[in-house]
Design a binder for this molecule. Sequence first.
Ligand code: AMP
Ligand code: MG
Length: 339
Amino acid sequence: METLYLTTDPSTRTRSIQTAARLLREGHIVAFPTETVYGLGANAFDEEAVLRVFAVKGRPRDNPMIVHVHHPRQARELMQEVPDLFGELVNEFWPGPLTLIVRHNAAVPDVVTAGLETVAVRMPDLKITRNLLCQTGVPVAAPSANLSGRPSPTDASSVFADLQGKISAVLDGGECPVGIESTVLDLTSAIPTILRPGTVTREDLEDVIQSRVLFADANAERPLSPGMKYRHYAPQASLVVVSPQHAESASVLADAVAKQLSAGKRVGLLAPEAMQGMGEAAFFSLGDGTPVEYARRIYAGLRALDAEGVGVILCPGIAAEGIGVAVMNRLLKAAEREI
Ligand code: AMP
Ligand code: MG
């Protein structure tokens, strides 16, 4: 299959979005940008199309998809009942990187939810994406547009690297401004519970709903979010995360780089700009090193350093607070070990 490459500069945008919307409606698989990462979309009401997304990614069938909507109304149409907090949360955070878990009605096919009674819904924030969803006219089920287990793609060329020839089209919307996947919040438990941390933080949520929000216990016997039990986001090189206490001292990092180099490894360093220039390591900059910059660049960095053929990637960790919770969640899931 030839994968159409749809550009979105001012002269092509309208036609590209129209084409992508038509393809989705007709049951094709189309990758599209969102503010978080690129999604691999299918018409959520078309079971065959949704099944093909699982197949193309190599995604385990028990890992449900997020349904993307262009308006909160479209999400309500999928629900059995609308949770009390839904209106408040949506007013504050939609469009945006917050996915809500709610009980679904009969409109939602089982393949989308992996047979669960609940469905994940989100209204993404990029103008191109909202336009696309609006024109498609049906909700779009979409996981991230990578091969299962690989780092999520944050630009169209990363999508191509994984899926060229396997999907109908890629809509290129440039680089994703957030860079990591949405916060997933379960609204069906007695106390709202974060199943996956993202850039909408626990504190952000608690401020709006004026009550407690929990983090799901990742070690629970039955993972609340099926996706959490799989290894994720991993580069081909082995990733070593330097724990934040040590990462503060440049000498610990320099020692770690030197040790890997002397063991004959090609080393990649994924670190704030200020740490550039350590030995012979390939370098990918995490900008000013704030949690927001980490989030925006970590997946691109893992892919870029892989492409340079390094054997080991070293990355200094950051404090797990605020957006740092989500950044460290992704880094540690991708990592082989932490020092
Ligand atoms: P992805 O789209 O690949 O970033 O993954 C979406 C995440 O949301 C995965 O961790 C899923 O397991 C999770 N998810 C999707 N639907 C549900 C649901 N109904 N209940 C709990 N978690 C869900
Ligand atoms: Mg994913």
